[in-house]
Design a protein around this ligand. Sequence first.
Ligand code: TMP
Length: 200
Amino acid sequence: MPKGRLITLEGIDGTGKSSIAKMLEERFRDAVFTREPTGNWIGKAVKRSIESDIDPFAELFLFMADHAEHISKLIRPALREGKTVISDRYSDSRYAYQGATLSDLVDDAIEWVKSVHKGWTIVPDLTILFTVDPTIAVSRCGIRGDHTKFEKIEFLKIVQGNYLELAKREPQRFVIIDAAQAPGSIGDRVEAVISEFLKK
Ligand code: TMP
């Protein structure tokens, strides 16, 4: 069975990751571009949960329901057709963000959130992690309008720490990109990383 490749873009709010994803769409025209939360009704429920004072487990399970639907309706079929799929956020967002929201509720929250994905998620082949000083990240989010409960410096520091921990645990899957540079040069660097990876 021909198998496509799954590439994910990750990082805290305010790294400029979504603008880079748009740039990549121009540069990799044959790839399937997607995102989490998705645009379907579960994704919309997830967006409501972000704006509300929801129980953190309930929030995780909503994000996971969205992920399950995303995998079965889009990711798996596209990979089966041999396509390259590039997703703006994916499972590592759960490990990093819900690893933070659940840190007082379960032991080793990152590993616990990972464990509830095991057996049914599809692990990315390459994950590009964008990092930036959380102070800069929050000021960039400010430009977008009201801050969500996640767009706070202290919270994003923990989330970025979780991302870096994930990258440390799986260095073969992650490439870390400093998102403080100019968007054009970040776009060129990411394009080079992806092109190199697709040649393998
Ligand atoms: P977005 O800004 O990329 O649309 O993502 C919405 C917010 O949801 C952002 O603060 C990151 C957060 N998030 C999680 O907490 N867990 C997840 O699994 C995903 C996909 C996003």
